[in-house]
Design a protein around this ligand. Structure first.
Ligand code: NAD
Length: 298
């Protein structure tokens, strides 16, 4: 099946990037968000991505204007999916919000539509029963920023049809990703199976008063040759998502320390509008974070 009409649900940190990545690769893309203000923010992000692609990747003006022609935005869910061949969902990482969303979405979908979730922590099998089309539901998980960390983790559940899985693998390639097929449902896919324990360990060291966040980042960057340390990564991921992941862990494990850490992140960052790279400040200040300073690792 050829994917011509693509719909992105949620125009936040990741949804805005996913939509841009598809449009820049020639796919007609519509962004749906529940909130008109979020749509305006998403449009503004697309303008800033265009600037980035022009300056950093020397993308010609023609390709940029073509991407804008392919992009549209709506707060009307029925309109968003009327033509959809494939969708990608990047609404908040909260199972109740996602279940409500899929219940609302299901009766509006044309039969052909394949649904993918970009959820970082929920398994496709947890959401599939609410989609009304288990065999056409799976995960296509993007990394942040989509165009640099350009892997596309494709993970089905036991009822996903193999043809649908292959269509999504091909689509991932078409929009400039390196597809990572995942053959068994795995919480955290491949990337987060590696990354979440790292970020968790870094938070424990910092919030437990063992070391400061810059020294923790320096340790990781120097010893592994990485461009980013765990707190640079946390800023990229965004504090809302980090907060939601800690709260999920708290609900699973009931450890008071997790709740305390989530509260610190809320008070010290989220309540102050320091959501990370997206708002210009998290642990570091952007667009020129200190860890990019050549002297940072000296
Ligand atoms: P975000 O909070 O930045 O964006 C969520 C967007 O969804 C907002 O614009 C919000 O207005 C909108 N929204 C809220 N409820 C909605 C609803 N019912 N219908 C439609 N839109 C709704 O979150 P994010 O960081 O972009 O994360 C979104 C998803 O992407 C999560 O599932 C997360 O696990 C996944 N993800 C995030 C990252 C990351 O680095 N941030 C990476 C990979 C995957």
């Amino acid at each position: 099946m050829e994917i011509e009409n693509f719909t992105v649900f949620g125009g936040g940190v990741l949804g805005a990037q996913v939509a841009w990545q598809a449009a820049i690769h020639g796919i007609k893309t519509i962004v749906y968000d529940i909130d008109q203000q979020a749509i305006e923010l998403c449009k503004a992000k697309h303008k800033s991505f265009a600037k980035l692609f022009k300056e950093r990747f020397s993308l010609p003006e023609e390709k940029l204007s073509n991407a804008f022609e392919l992009l549209s935005y709506t707060t009307d869910l029925a309109q968003a999916v009327a033509q959809a061949d494939l969708t990608s969902e990047s609404i908040p990482e909260n199972i109740d919000i996602k279940i409500e969303f899929y219940k609302k979405l299901s009766p509006l979908l044309p039969e052909k539509t394949i649904l993918t979730t970009n959820s970082s922590t929920l398994l496709p099998s947890m959401l599939a029963p609410y989609t009304g089309r288990k065999e056409k539901f799976l995960a296509l998980h993007f990394a942040n920023p989509v165009w640099e960390a350009n892997i596309g983790e494709v993970m089905g559940h036991k009822d996903t049809s193999p043809e649908v899985f292959d269509t999504v693998v091909k689509f991932a390639s078409k929009i400039g990703l390196v597809p990572i097929p995942i053959h068994k449902e795995q919480p955290g896919y491949v990337l987060n199976s590696l990354l979440i324990p790292l970020l968790e360990a870094a938070q424990k060291l910092y919030f437990g008063g063992v070391s400061d966040y810059k020294s923790i980042d320096k340790t990781w960057m120097i010893s592994t040759g990485s461009k980013l340390g765990p707190f640079g990564i946390i800023d990229l991921v965004g504090m809302n998502t980090v907060y939601n992941i800690i709260m999920l862990n708290y609900k699973r494990k009931g450890e008071k320390a997790l709740l305390e850490r989530a509260q610190k992140i809320k008070e010290q960052f989220i309540d102050k509008g320091k959501l990370g790279v997206a708002t210009g400040q998290g642990f570091y200040k952007y667009p020129n974070p200190e860890y990019q300073d050549p002297d940072f690792l000296k």
